[in-house]
Design a binder for this molecule. Structure first.
Ligand code: CAA
Length: 269
C-alpha cells in the first residue's frame, strides 16, 4: 500500500518521502515504483522523461526525521493497533506542528490514534483501496475532534491525486469494509461448508454480479492477515456474529498463508 500511495502522490505532482523500517525495505519499495514506471513507459502510458521527472520527486528513506518538513504524512503500517500507536506517537514527535497526520487504517478507530498525539484536530483517516495506484476511491474519515480545515485539506489532496473522496464518520469498517468484509467472510464460510469449489465461487461472483474479481482472488490481493484483522475489528466494534471471522481464514493466517504478498493464499502465486 505504501509504495502504491507514494506512486500515486508523485504522479500527481507532489514531492514524496517514503519511509520504511530498514534501508533494504525502503530500497525495495523504491524499486517497486521504478518497475511500475518501466511497465507504464513500455505500454506508452508515460514518457521516459516524465517517469524520470516524477521519480526525481521521490525520496526513499529509513530515517523518520526525514519527515520533519512534510505537510501531510500518511501512515500505512501493519493493521496492529499497538504498532500503529507507536508509529503515530513517533510521527507526532518528529513532524512539524502544523502537519496533518493521516492514517490509512482499514478499521481501527481514528480517535484512538488521534488522542495519542498532541494534535488530535490534525489527525484523520485517508483510506486508500488496493491496488492504491488504480482504485479511485478514498475514504476521508472524520473524528469527533478533527478540524474542518484538516478534512478540507485531506479532501483537496485526494482530488489532486485524481481520486474520488467520500467523507465518512469514524466507525469500524467505514463504508466499504463494513459492506465488503461480511461478503468475503461468508464466501469463506461457503467454501468451508463445501457448497462449491473456490474457483467456482470466484467465477460465480464475477459472472453473476459483474465483480472484477471473485472473493478468494480479492482476499489474496488484500492479504489474509489484513482481512482477519479487519473482521476482528468489525466484530469488536459491533459484536455482530456475521463479522466473526471464518475458522478457515483464521487457520490459514496461523499457517502463514497470507495471499499474494507471500505467494500462498487461496491460490498460489
Ligand atoms: N498493483 C498495481 N497495479 C495493478 C495491480 C496491482 N496489484 N493489479 C492490476 N494493476 C494495474 C495494471 O497494471 C493495469 O494498469 P494499466 O491500465 O496502467 O496497464 C490496471 O491495474 C488494470 O489491470 P489488468 O488489466 O491486469 O486487470 P484488471 O482490469 O482485471 O484490473 C484490478 C485489476 C484493478 C485489480 C481489478 O481486478 C479490480 O478492480 N479488482 C477489485 C479490487 C478491489 O475490490 N479492491 C478493494 C479491496 S478492499 C481494500 O483495499 C480495503 C482495505 O481496507 C483492505
Amino acid at each position: 500500500m505504501g509504495s502504491g500511495i507514494a506512486e500515486t502522490v508523485i504522479e500527481s505532482g507532489f514531492q514524496a518521502t517514503l519511509l520504511s523500517r530498514t534501508s533494504e525495505t525502503a530500497h525495495a519499495m523504491g524499486e517497486a515504483i521504478k518497475s511500475s514506471f518501466e511497465r507504464k513507459t513500455a505500454k506508452e502510458r508515460k514518457t521516459v522523461i516524465r517517469a524520470e521527472e516524477e521519480l526525481s520527486r521521490l525520496n526513499v528513506t529509513n530515517q523518520i526525521t526525514d519527515l520533519a518538513d512534510c505537510d501531510l504524512v500518511i501512515e500505512t503500517v501493519v493493521e496492529d493497533l499497538e504498532v500503529k500507536l507507536r508509529v503515530i506517537k513517533n510521527l507526532d514527535a518528529v513532524c512539524k506542528a502544523d502537519a496533518i497526520i493521516a492514517t490509512n487504517t482499514s478499521t481501527f478507530p481514528i480517535i484512538d490514534l488521534a488522542m495519542a498525539t498532541q494534535r488530535p484536530d490534525k489527525v484523520c483517516g485517508i483510506h486508500f483501496f488496493n491496488p492504491a495506484q488504480v482504485m479511485k476511491l478514498i475514504e476521508i474519515v472524520k473524528t469527533l475532534v478533527v478540524s474542518e480545515e484538516t478534512i478540507q485539506t485531506a479532501t483537496s489532496f485526494a482530488l489532486s491525486c485524481n481520486k474520488e473522496p467520500v467523507i465518512v464518520k469514524d466507525q469500524a469498517g467505514f463504508i466499504v469494509n463494513a459492506l465488503l468484509f461480511p461478503y468475503l467472510n461468508n464466501a469463506v464460510k461457503l467454501l468451508e461448508q463445501g457448497v462449491a469449489a473456490k474457483e467456482d465461487i470466484d467465477t460465480a461472483m464475477k459472472g453473476g454480479c459483474g465483480f472484477p474479481m471473485g472473493p478468494f482472488a480479492l482476499l489474496d490481493l488484500v492479504g489474509l492477515d489484513t482481512a482477519l484483522s479487519i473482521l476482528n475489528s468489525l466484530y469488536d466494534e459491533f459484536k455482530d456474529p456475521n463479522f466473526a471471522p471464518a475458522m478457515l481464514l483464521k487457520r490459514m493466517v496461523t499457517a502463514g498463508m497470507l495471499g499474494r504478498k507471500n505467494g500462498f493464499g487461496f491460490y498460489s502465486y
